[in-house]
Ligand binder design. Structure first.
Ligand code: FAD
Length: 354
C-alpha cells in the first residue's frame, strides 16, 4: 500500500479547500497527498452563502453578490445595507470544478474511495468526516430549498431576504430565506431550528409550495435545483487519543448560532497551510471561545422562547450593520460584542446564564 505525507479524509468543502490552499502555496511540490472521498462524481449539491468579511480563494465561483438585505417579522421589516461586506453565494459545482482541475495537474495528489487503500501509519491525517454521536436533545438547523425559475420578471435581484419570520412557527424557530439571483431565478429555503425529533416539521415541500403561492404570490415556476441538509448546532465530541486533525464541520468550524461554516473553513485552511511544517505541534485552529459561550446562551434562550427569535435577530441588526455582521461572522472586537449584547433582552439571557 502506498504511503503519503498527508491524508485528507473527506473531499468536501473543507477537504478540498485545504488541498487547494496547500497546492496554490506550493506546499505539495515535494510532499504527497491522498484525498479519500467515496462519492462517484462531483456535482452541485450545496449553495454556500456568507458575508465577505475577508478575501478568500473562490471569488470566481461566486454566483451573486448583494449589498442589501431584509429581515422581517410579522410586525416589522428591517432594511440593512452591507456594502462594505457584501453577501456572497458560492455555487458548489463551480467550486468543485475549479479545485479538481487545479489538483489534477499535480502528480503528488491522488484520490481514493476508501481509507483502507492507503497506508496511513506515518501520515499526517486531516479528517473532515463528521461523527455527531450523543446528539439527543441537541439543536440542528435543518432546511430544504428550491431554486426556481419564473416565467416572467418577478424578483428584485438587488436585495435578498435573510430571514422571514412571518410564517408558521409551530413552537419552534422557523423562517424562510430567499436569494434572488436574477429577476426570474431565486433560491427559496424553509429553515427550522429544532431537535430534529419531530417529523411533522419535515413537510418541507408543502411549506415551500405554500410560501411560494400564498406569501410570494408565485403561481407558475419551474424547479431547477433542490438542496436540503441539517447543520448541527453543537460540537462533535473529541475522540480520545486521536492524532487526526479534524477540519470543517467535524473540526468545529460551524458557528453555533447561525450554521455559517464556509468562511471559517477558509480561515482554518489558511492557518493549517501557514503552520503545515509544524502542524502536529501547532495549536488546533478554533472559533474564538467567546462565540461558543454566547451562542450556547442564545441557543438556550431560543429553546425556551422560540417565538421571540425573529425579534432577537432584528435586535442584533439594531446596531450598525458592520457591527452585527462582524459579530455573526466571528470577526467582532470587544466593543462590537458589547454593542450587540446590550441589544439583547437582558432578563431572558441572564436567566439562561443562571
Ligand atoms: C445543504 C447545505 C447548505 C449549506 N449552506 C451553507 C451556507 O450557505 N453557508 C455556510 O457557511 N455554510 C453552509 N452549510 C454548512 C457547511 O458550510 C457545509 O456543510 C460544508 O459542506 C461543510 O464542509 P465539510 O467539509 O465539513 O463537510 P462536507 O462538505 O459534507 O464534506 C465531507 C465529505 O466527506 C465525505 N465522506 C463521508 N463519509 C466518508 C468516509 N467514510 N470516508 C471518506 N469521506 C467521507 C463526504 O462525501 C463529503 O464529501 C451548508 C450545509 C448544507 C448541508
Amino acid at each position: 500500500m502506498k504511503e503519503f505525507d498527508y491524508i485528507i479524509i473527506g473531499g468536501g468543502c473543507a477537504g478540498l479547500s485545504l488541498a487547494y490552499e496547500l497546492e496554490i502555496h506550493d506546499k505539495l511540490k515535494n510532499k504527497t497527498l491522498a484525498i479519500i472521498e467515496p462519492r462517484g462524481e462531483y456535482k452541485r449539491d450545496k449553495t454556500w452563502s456568507f458575508w465577505k468579511v475577508f478575501s478568500h480563494n473562490f471569488d470566481d465561483c461566486v454566483k451573486k453578490n448583494w449589498i442589501n438585505f431584509t429581515i422581517n417579522t410579522p410586525n416589522e421589516t428591517k432594511y440593512v445595507d452591507c456594502q462594505s461586506t457584501p453577501y456572497q453565494t458560492i455555487d458548489s459545482g463551480r467550486f468543485y470544478e475549479k479545485i479538481l482541475s487545479k489538483l489534477k495537474l499535480n502528480k503528488n495528489i491522488q484520490f481514493f474511495k476508501n481509507i483502507d487503500e492507503v497506508d496511513k501509519s506515518d501520515s499526517i491525517i486531516f479528517n473532515s468526516v463528521p461523527n455527531f454521536r450523543n446528539n439527543q436533545g441537541k439543536l440542528w438547523q435543518h432546511f430544504y430549498g428550491v431554486e426556481i425559475e419564473t416565467d416572467k420578471d418577478f424578483f428584485d435581484d438587488e436585495i435578498f431576504n435573510l430571514m422571514d419570520f412571518a410564517c408558521d412557527q409551530r413552537n419552534r424557530v422557523h423562517f424562510f430565506y430567499t436569494l434572488p439571483f436574477t429577476k426570474r431565478n431565486a433560491l427559496v429555503e424553509t429553515t427550522w431550528i429544532s431537535e430534529l425529533n419531530n417529523e411533522n416539521l419535515e413537510d418541507y415541500e408543502d411549506q415551500i409550495d405554500n410560501y411560494l403561492g400564498n406569501d410570494l404570490n408565485i403561481r407558475n415556476c419551474k424547479i431547477n435545483f433542490k438542496e436540503n441538509g441539517a447543520i448541527p448546532l453543537f460540537r462533535q465530541e473529541p475522540i480520545n487519543n486521536s492524532k487526526e486533525i479534524f477540519i470543517g464541520s467535524a473540526g468545529g468550524m460551524t458557528r453555533l448560532s447561525t450554521g455559517y461554516t464556509f468562511l471559517n473553513i477558509q480561515d482554518q485552511s489558511r492557518y493549517i497551510r501557514e503552520n503545515i511544517e509544524n502542524i502536529r505541534k501547532a495549536k488546533p485552529y478554533k472559533i474564538h471561545k467567546k462565540y461558543d459561550f454566547l451562542d450556547k446562551i442564545l441557543l438556550r434562550v431560543l429553546k425556551n422562547n422560540s417565538s421571540d427569535m425573529g425579534n432577537i435577530f432584528l435586535k442584533v441588526f439594531n446596531t450598525k450593520p458592520k457591527t452585527a455582521i462582524n459579530f455573526l461572522s466571528n470577526k467582532s472586537d470587544l466593543s462590537e460584542d458589547i454593542k450587540v449584547i446590550l441589544k439583547m433582552p437582558k432578563w431572558k439571557f441572564v436567566k439562561e446564564i443562571i
